[in-house]
Design a protein around this ligand. Sequence first.
Ligand SMILES: [Zn+2]
Length: 218
Amino acid sequence: MTGHFSLLDLFYPRRCVFCGHVLDKNVLEGVCPDCAASLPRTGGGWRTKGEFFDYCVSPFYYEGLAAEAVKALKFRGRSGAGRRLGKLLAPCVRDRAGDWDLICYVPLSRRRERERGYCQTRLLAEAAAKELGRPCVPALKKTRHTPPNSGLRGLAARRANVSGAFTVVKREAVSGRNVLLIDDVITTGATLGECARVLRMAGANRVVCATLCKVKKK
Ligand SMILES: [Zn+2]
């Protein structure tokens, strides 16, 4: 048996996070060549401006394979994809998010997390943090349940929906620090903006955001 073949590979062959095909051991980042070629990368459109945060970086548009992967993670119980998608987010953060001290993530309400069985943004954030060698701090808490913003049109309605829904539970961790805030998808930036607002209120010096996907503006 060769040195780079682990026993785990026998039982759990590495599969492409997007299509499930078994991967050659040498394939990087857990993506098969076919999927890698057709991923909806943001290219020059990676940056989104926001309120209360400087900008948001995103490696993929919320389309095609990337949208399918996020939906599987959120709605079809594919929690295992969270860690692997978080690893895919890390290079974009490393190259584009500038300087920051710690990672936080947009939390789910207790009710939503109970329904889903896990918090997908925490999985993304923890995997990205591990990859980037920085701490992931559960500094935010969602204090009331809100209908999904995806059902609402326009920034004003989305902003009203999430207004006052988050609170900082670890002020000492974020005070005076530069925070990288992670979510799965950015659309109008209303949710990230509200989380960034309460982080700033709690003394965070600066907030930058990263999401796996961004919704392309029509
Ligand atoms: Zn694939």
